[in-house]
Design a protein around this ligand. Structure first.
Ligand code: 3HC
Ligand code: NAI
Length: 686
């Protein structure tokens, strides 16, 4: 039963129970309309409390229905039915009232909420706009400016703030059901408040819409939904209710079928599936209540902060007392930054910092549940660390390496109880970046793997399982990105043209700007290691820049020149001359932005498909999550694999074939041809 009705005196309690999040399925919409009819007809009922079972109030429309034709009763009609009820309905909110859930609450005569509840219209994050009156009723209730913030940003607000905005009438302390019943009794005899739909919208100040449009456009970049949401709110403020509702619905339905909405839905479900991989179903994770980090450099300090932010006590081990001081100072610098940016209060930062104990004595780790190593990227140094850890830590402690490129199997070779070991690859800055690559070795126990997924959830990170290979999933694809970018330089494109094309595609930065920011030396070091393994990495121009000590912004020049104190890249004559020399006997051609993007992205897809075929990634959607959360791939493109599928894999193969014929990319892999023939990557997800 999705809806049950109980009567207590003159108050009816309508309880929605549609696990897991009370999404507004067709059955629930139907049941709500029927509840209105039934309670309107019941003369003993004076007021109605709408409350939800489980962890949350109605969390929105059922996103899984979005790919299908809408079925009646449509949500705007359900909200209208509740708003038109003869008895006052009181929405009693706990958990999240999101999207359609908040729209249902806006149909109610009153809204009450527990203080932990949050309310919002996150539709723009799914590439759509509210479709059941959100953009039309909200400005009538809280004014245009607050409505614009809530709807175009998509972030929810807490109950207290919602009360301040007038979105919630009362914040209930204690039991929600009892509190909302008491509230309902208090209003039962009063006359019904004016429905939101017939309230006037306060006029916006002169110039308000123009400046809102500029601000929203700047933030949304190429995402279309936020500006459409703004247009819908504006319409709601400038026409009557019925016309505004029609405009909103039309926009909602058009966007629902858009490419961006499909991509964002794909990411939504991929993110929710990521923490619970089906292959680990039923496995009980090892408990992690305390943690340690070895190495307090860039990564170690960030990982320590991430662990503290999730509430775990942390021990930070460094080489000697001076290094311990430096490591703790690195963690403190992170918290100082958060306080400066207003993200944390000084008191919270102090409390987080107080939970980090520094030391150079491994004896401190005798009872620690999880140890993450983030020392130099050097096999011998890492092996020595794990030899010590394997002697001092509990046999059931989880031991992890944050290596970027080394083989975790080689790092752990010979340690006692290797089943407790695996790779946990964080991304820099580790307390900010959402991605966590989880890299089991051949011997990692399932409950250790499961513990890592549980840890990711606790750290609010997106976990992706990766197999062992050079660079795992993300950095292996990054190598292709960079090699392709250089190939383009040798065939007629400039660094600025390549960067501009990738920004136009939606990346925050192009590959050359990104290398100048991060430093060219790290990749040079990787290429040296690859050559020692007998590989032949392709980076003729980068090698020459490194030989000139042009490592990027930090040395005043890399792919671009930089003036002291200025981060703006300036095209470099030195670089142009090197490119010209390296390109001397290669055919040159003109490149459009779209061709540049293809020549970089489609080889990335080709490599990603190999990664999938080799089972280094288990699902194409996991690769999308890696690129979105670790490398800034535009979310609204859905990740490289979704992008390739949406574009058509046959086309991807055809373009790659053409590039390969010109010597500008590798030919499509056998796996990619197979996926193209089958119509999707699921053919490779055995
Ligand atoms: N539709 C369908 N399924 C949904 C859903 C939705 N709106 N929201 C969550 N789910 C599913 C998830 O896929 C997941 O399924 P699984 O167990 O099979 O993997 C399950 O519910 C639990 O989700 P979470 O893991 O995210 O649970 P949390 O407790 O961590 O978070 C939440 C709960 C805050 C409600 C979070 O799920 C969330 O933010 N959901 C999205 C809400 C949303 O975007 N609503 C707007 C929808 S669009 C809309 O309403 C249009 C309207 O204007 C017409
Ligand atoms: P870093 O050089 O900033 O820090 C390394 C720290 O380890 C130093 O503070 C050093 O004193 C300490 N250390 C060295 N040997 C030690 C030992 N035996 N015991 C205790 N501490 C020791 O290096 P960074 O950038 O933090 O990298 C650490 C690891 O993380 C490397 O394996 C690297 O490949 C990996 N990584 C780096 C990323 C990055 O963007 N910097 C991203 C993801 C992983």
């Amino acid at each position: 039963m999705t809806v049950t009705i109980a009567r207590e005196g003159s108050i009816a309690v309508v309880t929605v129970d549609n696990p897991p999040v009370n999404a507004l399925s067709q059955a629930l919409r139907q049941a709500l309309v029927e509840a209105v009819v039934e309670l309107d007809a019941d003369a003993t009922v004076k007021a109605v409390v709408l409350i939800c079972a489980g962890r949350t109030f109605i969390a929105g429309a059922d996103v899984s229905e979005f790919g299908k034709p809408p079925r009646p009763p449509h949500l705007p009609d359900v909200v209208a039915a509740i708003e038109g009820a003869k008895k006052p309905w009181v929405a009693a909110i706990h958990g999240s009232a999101l999207g359609g859930g908040l729209e249902v609450a806006l149909g109610c005569a009153y809204r009450v909420a527990v203080s932990s509840a949050s309310l919002g219209l996150p539709e723009v994050k799914l590439g759509i706009i509210p479709g059941a009156g959100g953009t039309v009723r909200l400005p009538r209730l809280i004014g245009a400016a607050a409505a614009v913030d809530l709807v175009t940003g998509g972030s929810p607000v807490g109950a207290k703030r919602a009360e301040g905005l007038g979105l919630v009438d009362v914040v209930i302390d204690g039991d929600l059901r009892a509190g909302s019943m008491a509230f309902a009794e208090g209003i039962a005899e009063k006359s019904l408040p004016q429905p939101i739909s017939s309230r006037a919208v306060p006029a916006a100040e002169a110039g308000f819409w123009e400046s809102a449009e500029k601000a929203v456009a700047a933030k949304a970049k190429r995402e279309i939904a936020p500006l459409r949401a703004l247009a819908s709110i504006r319409k709601a403020c400038e026409t009557d209710f019925a016309e505004a509702m029609a405009f909103e619905r039309e926009t909602f339905l058009a966007l629902r079928g858009s490419e961006q909405a499909a991509a964002l839905r794909h990411v939504f479900f991929a993110e929710r599936a990521a923490p619970r991989p089906p292959e680990l179903a039923g496995i009980t994770p090892r408990d992690i209540r305390s943690a340690a980090v070895i190495g307090g450099g860039t990564m170690g300090a960030g990982i320590a902060a991430a662990l503290r932010d999730a509430g775990l006590p942390v021990v930070l081990i460094e080489r000697d007392a001076t290094a311990v001081e430096r490591g703790l100072a690195n963690v403190k610098a992170i918290y100082d930054g958060s306080v400066k940016r207003g993200r944390l209060t000084q008191a919270v930062a102090d409390q987080r910092m107080a939970g980090v104990a520094g030391g150079d004595d491994y004896g401190l780790l005798a009872d620690t549940d999880l140890v993450i190593e983030a020392v130099f990227e050097d096999l011998a140094v890492k092996r020595a660390v794990f030899e010590t850890l394997s002697a001092v830590c509990r046999v059931d402690a989880v031991l992890a390496t944050n290596t970027s490129y080394l083989d975790p199997g080689a790092i752990s070779d010979g340690i006692a109880h290797p089943e407790r070991f695996l790779g946990l690859h964080f991304f820099s800055p580790a307390h900010v970046m959402k991605l966590l690559e989880i890299v089991p070795t051949e011997t990692t126990a399932p409950e250790v793997l499961a513990a890592s997924f549980a840890l990711a959830r606790q750290l609010a990170k997106i976990p992706v399982r990766a197999g062992i290979c050079d660079g795992f999933i993300g950095n292996r694809i990054l190598k292709v990105t960079r090699a392709q970018a250089e190939r383009l330089l040798l065939s007629g494109a400039t660094p600025s043209a390549v960067d501009a094309a990738m920004r136009a595609f939606g990346l925050p930065m192009g590959p050359f700007e990104a290398q100048d920011l991060g430093g060219l030396d790290i990749a040079a070091f990787q290429r040296k290691a690859a050559r020692e393994r007998g590989e032949t990495p392709f980076a003729p121009v980068a090698e020459r820049l490194c030989a000139l000590q042009r490592f990027g912004q930090k040395t005043g020049g890399g792919w671009y020149d930089y003036q002291p104190g200025d981060r703006a890249p300036k095209p470099s004559e030195t670089v142009a001359a090197i490119i010209a020399e390296e390109a001397a006997d290669r055919p040159q051609r003109a490149w459009s932005e779209a061709e540049i993007a293809d020549a970089i992205l489609l080889p990335m897809v080709n490599e990603a498909t190999r990664i999938l075929a080799e089972r280094v990634a288990l699902r194409a959607a996991d690769i999308d999550l890696v690129k979105i959360h670790g490398y800034g791939f535009p979310r609204w493109r859905g990740g490289p694999m979704h992008y390739a599928e949406a574009r058509g894999l046959a086309d991807v193969v055809a373009v790659l074939d053409r590039l390969a014929a010109e010597g500008l990319a590798e030919a499509p892999s056998e796996g990619l041809r197979r996926a193209a023939a089958a119509g999707g990557f699921s053919a490779l997800e055995r």
